[in-house]
Ligand binder design. Structure first.
Ligand code: FAD
Length: 456
């Protein structure tokens, strides 16, 4: 046992911090965790969880619209924002307590307050100083607001979940998955919604065909998509609305501007200057493959190290670290960052795993590409125009499936299963040998027989 107060002092009770602390404590380490805002971090409080609850809420709009075709006459439809918002808050309070209990039942000491590192083995929270053999930084990210005149009128994902009043008209700024998801949420809840993005096409990094397909779907749902456009300035009007001046010369009056323009590492006042910890060019904490920083006693995991900003990645990093530092065997766990499946919960969803066509070509593969684009059986009666898209990217030489992409209802749920097959190195022939589940949309993944085109 070390002479320090703790073996491990974790800063940040979010996805990575909670997982690392409870697993380390379960392996016998004496662990404390400091948290200054909310138990469970971004994901639970202002990220994945409230977002998904709102996605469910906003999707009901389509269900109601499509109900007539199935014989349901639904009249007097009304949406009450405070009900959704407050029910969400109740559920999150429940989850906050779940996280608190997870920590206490695993003998992790929770210290509430903002932590500052004052030396390689020392942390201050409030007026108390703690020592630890090791410190883990798991402080996550923070939304970035563009520096434009009137930026004080902009809200971010930190505020959007708790708006007093649902806007009549909203403008979402940004082209990443969070921007696209919020445009869908607003639209589904009945808000007149535009999405402004400075680049030629949103969702950079996703397969180009997927991006174009989603663009068409969002267009036809009535989201006003404006690419190659940015905000010049925002001013408040006399009646409390916002006048937004755009680079196109247009001026829009809206009730809310939501910026989803990227996140920066949350390291303000963390005290890194008191350590040898170094940052990369984008300001993220530099660590080696064992999550150790340049200060040997200090480690970091999660969004603060700049890898894929996803909860399951932060969890995997936290678990690997706990295993490697406090595990009872000598095996070393490395996080495998290949083939991480992800979803974008726009409407319809995107589910994706593996390489995009563009990435596969860049890596020198010769490709067989299989695509299909169809109307979901449900919409033959619902009357909705929503379409589904699927794509398999296959290595011509080995028949290995390199990428699998879907835009459609429940794409996130469907792709998770395919991600397991891809992890196991699945080939196109094995897709073909798999008997489908009928009638589902997912069965199309095992019935795409004809090569749509070759590439590379
Ligand atoms: P966090 O969960 O951010 O936790 C960091 C914690 O540290 C916070 O609680 C913070 O208060 C605390 N902290 C910071 N500094 C200090 C300090 N000095 N002292 C004490 N405490 C401190 N990921 C997905 O996988 N799927 C999704 O659908 C998804 N949707 C998202 C939607 C939105 C709107 C956002 C913003 C993110 C979303 N993410 C999603 C990303 C996911 O939330 C993050 O990748 C994940 O939370 C990162 O975990 P973390 O442990 O690195 O940090």
């Amino acid at each position: 046992m070390s002479n320090f107060d703790y073996d491990l002092f974790v800063i940040g009770a979010g996805s990575g911090g909670v997982r690392a602390s409870r697993m380390s404590a379960a392996k016998g380490a004496r662990v404390a965790i400091a948290e200054d805002r909310y138990m469970g971090g971004t994901c639970v409080n202002v990220g994945c969880v409230p977002k998904k609850l709102y996605v469910y809420g906003s999707h009901i709009h389509d269900e109601i619209e499509g109900a007539k075709g199935f014989g349901w006459n639904i009249s007097g439809v009304d949406f009450d924002w405070p009900t959704l918002r407050d029910n969400k808050t109740t559920e999150i309070s429940r989850l906050n307590d779940v996280y608190r209990n997870i920590l206490s039942s695993n003998n992790v000491e929770l210290i509430e307050g903002r932590a500052t590192i004052t030396g390689p083995n020392q942390v201050v929270v409030g007026d108390k100083t703690y020592t630890a053999e090791r410190i883990l930084i798991a402080t996550g990210g923070w939304p970035m607001i563009p520096d434009i005149p009137g930026k004080e009128h902009i809200i971010t994902s930190n505020e959007v979940f708790d708006l007093d009043v649902l806007p009549h008209k909203a403008m979402v700024l940004g082209g990443g998955y969070i921007a696209v998801e919020f445009a869908g949420i607003f639209k589904g809840l009945g808000v007149d919604t535009s999405l402004i993005y400075r680049g030629p096409m949103f969702l950079r990094g996703f397969d180009n065909e997927v991006r174009n397909f989603v663009k068409n779907e969002l267009d036809q749902k009535g989201i006003d998509l404006r690419f190659e456009t940015n905000i010049v300035a925002i001013t408040k009007t006399s009646d409390g609305r916002l006048e937004v001046e755009l680079t196109t010369g247009d001026k829009d009056i809206v009730d809310c501007v939501l910026a989803a323009t990227g996140r920066v590492p949350n390291i303000a006042s963390l005290g890194l200057e008191n350590t040898a910890v170094t940052l990369d060019a984008k300001g993220f904490i530099e660590v080696d493959s064992g999550f150790q920083s340049r200060e040997p006693s200090i480690y970091a995991v999660g969004d603060v190290i700049g890898g894929p900003a996803l909860t399951p990645v932060a969890l995997a990093e936290g678990m690997a670290l706990a295993h490697n530092l406090y595990g009872n065997d000598s095996t070393v766990k490395q996080v495998d960052y290949s083939n991480i499946a992800t979803a974008v919960f726009c409407q319809p969803n995107i589910g994706t795993v593996g390489l995009s066509e563009e990435e596969a070509l860049e890596q020198g593969y010769g490709l067989n590409i299989y695509t299909t684009d169809f109307k979901h059986m449900k919409h033959t009666l619902s009357g909705l125009n929503e379409r589904t898209f699927m794509k398999l990217i296959v290595d011509k030489n080995t028949d290995k499936v390199l990428g699998c992409h879907m835009v459609g209802s429940e794409a996130g749920e469907i792709i998770q299963g395919i991600a397991i097959a891809m992890k196991a190195g699945v080939t196109k022939a094995q897709f073909d040998d798999t008997i489908g589940i009928h009638p589902t949309a997912a069965e199309e993944f095992v019935t795409m027989r004809e090569i749509t085109r070759t590439a590379g």
